[in-house]
Design a protein around this ligand. Structure first.
Ligand code: FMN
Length: 446
């Protein structure tokens, strides 16, 4: 399979002081100890990615902590506030933010994302999550966290409403004619009048569309319902795939579902997570992996994260994974359930599995050209369109941007961004025409 003319998609997850995959990162002398709240740190990471022709930077988020959470989770900036500042320090890199459809209202989601999209010149993207931590309910006055299928139903409705709100103004709604005094053409402004299972939203929204029409939509859940939501609305599908076969299974399934709902398949991009260990010798690579492993979650914190962030006792650590797979079915993410199924088939206890566990996503090791080869092989397989980089050590990030990407560029696999390009244009995604403009042209009432 040949790689599309838009080249391999590259995203970078920006993390400051260390998340669950590398809890001890904040002790790296290269990382400012206040990195998670330091805008200069994020801007510098984003500028490196931009110079290396990445398509976007991405800020993950959640809205629940306790004292056991990893350093980055304990004290971090809210994604849209942070990305608005990053937008001012960069020129063309995409800005992707997680916002929970379970705990935010569509009108607010639409307005905040549209604001980022307008002020950045069409560079915003929304990672539509449904929130994993049951404890989040306690921060929003909810009696309980909604179950998975209900959260996904709410997410699907939220996206429908948000997209309608984004089309409140047609692109020629503001004549701003000083001579006639006509600021707004009211025939180009549209309310929403939505009444659904979860939301009642009158509309319209009080902000225009951006240069890219609407922010790009990203979805990362891979349960049954997550896949269906991706098929219906996602333009970028994030995932945690450890092998090309896993990535292909997801892409085939989502494409099949998308075909079923009448989607144009050329509007889907598959971008799984990737970690790297770049070294000039095997010894260097091994030393890096060992250092990282020594600085990751201790075993009870890792167990707790796997089991939906509830306290885990010694008896549970020594329980067969097969039992936990049954007893915790409703709190496991689809990725953890997938990994647990493998451990259960091997008869492992939770402690044994955690001690053996490697990253639950792709991890490429070796010299820069080895990493470039693997990236090329995955993309040429047709299973993925690019990677979302989870590389948080500054030295490794610099090597990826400064050594791996230039190899891919020299091979013609990463193309240079054009000045003034929107995120959609950089990804080869179509401009979403305003639904009301289309309806008028076609002579139907919207
Ligand atoms: C690359 C990637 C990034 C994610 N970022 C977030 C995030 O920022 N916040 C969040 O609550 N969940 C995040 N998730 C989790 C998923 O969106 C989803 O909620 C989780 O996988 C559980 O859903 P599932 O069982 O349908 O897979 C992320 C997942 C992936 C693969």
């Amino acid at each position: 399979m040949t790689i599309s003319q838009d080249g391999i998609i590259l995203g970078a997850v920006l993390v400051g002081a260390g998340d669950g995959s590398y809890r001890g990162l904040w002790r790296d002398p290269d990382v400012p100890s206040e990195a998670s709240t330091d805008i200069d740190w994020y801007a510098e990471q984003a500028r490196q990615a931009e110079a290396a022709q990445f398509h976007f930077v991405f800020i993950v988020d959640s809205q629940f902590i306790d004292e056991t959470f990893p350093p980055h989770h304990l004290n971090r900036l809210e994604p849209l506030t942070l990305l608005s500042a990053v937008a001012m320090r960069t020129e063309r890199i995409g800005l992707a933010a997680t916002i929970s459809s379970t705990y935010a209202e569509p009108w607010d989601i639409a307005r905040r994302l549209a604001s980022l999209d307008v002020l950045s010149g069409g560079r915003a993207a929304w990672n539509i999550v449904t929130s994993m931590d049951p404890g989040t309910a306690g921060n929003f006055g909810r009696p309980a966290h909604l179950d998975g299928p209900t959260r996904y139903r709410r997410a699907a409705e939220a996206v429908r409403v948000v997209r309608r709100l984004w089309d409140s103004y047609e692109d020629d709604a503001f004549p701003r004619d000083r001579d006639t005094g006509e600021f707004l053409d009211p025939t180009r402004l549209h309310a929403v009048h939505h009444h659904g299972e979860f939301f009642d939203v009158a509309g319209p929204l009080n902000i225009q569309r951006s240069r890219q029409g609407q922010p790009v939509l990203i979805q990362a859940g891979t349960s049954e319902q997550g896949r269906q939501l991706s098929a219906e609305v996602a333009e970028i599908v994030f995932s945690f795939a450890t092998t090309i076969a896993q990535a292909r299974e997801l892409a085939d399934d989502v494409r099949e579902r998308a075909r079923h709902v009448g989607r144009d398949l050329s509007t889907l991009r598959f971008v799984p997570a990737l970690s790297v260990s770049i070294g000039d010798s095997d010894e260097e690579v091994l030393a890096l992996i060992r250092a990282r492993r020594a600085a990751t979650d201790d075993i009870s914190a890792a167990a707790r994260r796997a089991l939906g962030n509830v306290a885990v006792d010694e008896a549970q650590l020594d329980a067969p994974v097969a039992d936990l797979l049954r007893s915790h079915a409703d709190v496991l993410t689809s990725t953890t359930a997938r990994d647990f199924a493998v451990a259960a088939a091997r008869g492992l206890t939770l402690r044994q599995w955690l001690n053996m566990q490697q990253a639950h996503w792709a991890h490429f090791c070796g010299a820069p050209h080895d990493i470039a080869d693997e990236i090329q092989a995955w993309v040429e397989s047709g299973a993925v369109d690019g990677f979302n980089l989870f590389v948080h050590e500054p030295q490794q990030y610099r090597r990826f941007c400064g050594e791996v990407v230039p190899i891919l560029r020299a091979r013609g696999l990463v193309r240079d961004r054009r000045a003034n390009e929107t995120l959609r244009e950089s990804l080869g995604l179509p401009f979403p025409e305003n639904i009301h403009t289309v309806a008028r042209r076609e002579g139907v009432t919207s």
